[in-house]
Ligand binder design. Sequence first.
Ligand SMILES: CC(C)(COP(=O)(O)OP(=O)(O)OC[C@H]1O[C@@H](n2cnc3c(N)ncnc32)[C@H](O)[C@@H]1OP(=O)(O)O)[C@@H](O)C(=O)NCCC(=O)NCCS
Length: 183
Amino acid sequence: MMSAVPNLLLRRIRVAKERFLPFLRPADDNEALLRRHLREGELYGLFRNKREPVSMAVVADVSASFAAGGREAGLAPALEGLRVCECTLLATAPAFRGQGCGTQLLMRLCGLYDSTCDAMIVGTGDTPRMRRFYESRCGFRPCFRRAGFFLHGYPQPLIEEGVQLRDMLVFCRFLRFRGGTGA
Ligand SMILES: CC(C)(COP(=O)(O)OP(=O)(O)OC[C@H]1O[C@@H](n2cnc3c(N)ncnc32)[C@H](O)[C@@H]1OP(=O)(O)O)[C@@H](O)C(=O)NCCC(=O)NCCS
């Protein structure tokens, strides 16, 4: 889907990433996790007129989790031994939501990681809206669950679309790279 917002430029930000913490805050209410994701991952943004951030995301290499004996290898056999990246944070500025920017950013990131990764995963609360976003718009498929993920580390119970979030639902989209980790 094309974004209705014109002149969006994709940039990777390497310097002083923390200045974008406020922008990314809606993507995760767990402040410690938010900071860790931003510190450890690669930060990208779609900028309008070159300088105004519209939609931003963080991507991390999580291949080690899916290597033999890795933390999540048993949860997703289809990903075992593959080179996997995870979109750990994703947010669109409130004024630009619902205009295709988040979809465009995620699709462009899939294109960017297509030649180095076998799959991209992304975890979210299991709500109809997020399913629509990742499945219908972005072509991801439900893959596995991180049981009880939202019950720890959050300041209060997370209620979305009237439902308390418990498990994190992880979606996956396979990319074209077929190298695996060699592990
Ligand atoms: C989820 C989010 C990144 C989507 O970005 P976006 O630029 O609005 O996405 P798009 O315009 O490409 O797609 C819109 C779809 O996103 C989903 N969506 C989820 N939350 C939304 C929101 N608050 N506003 C608009 N769309 C939202 C819906 O499925 C919507 O489709 P619909 O209009 O058919 O319901 C954005 O809404 C956001 O920043 N939300 C707050 C942070 C967050 O929840 N991040 C994801 C954590 S996994």
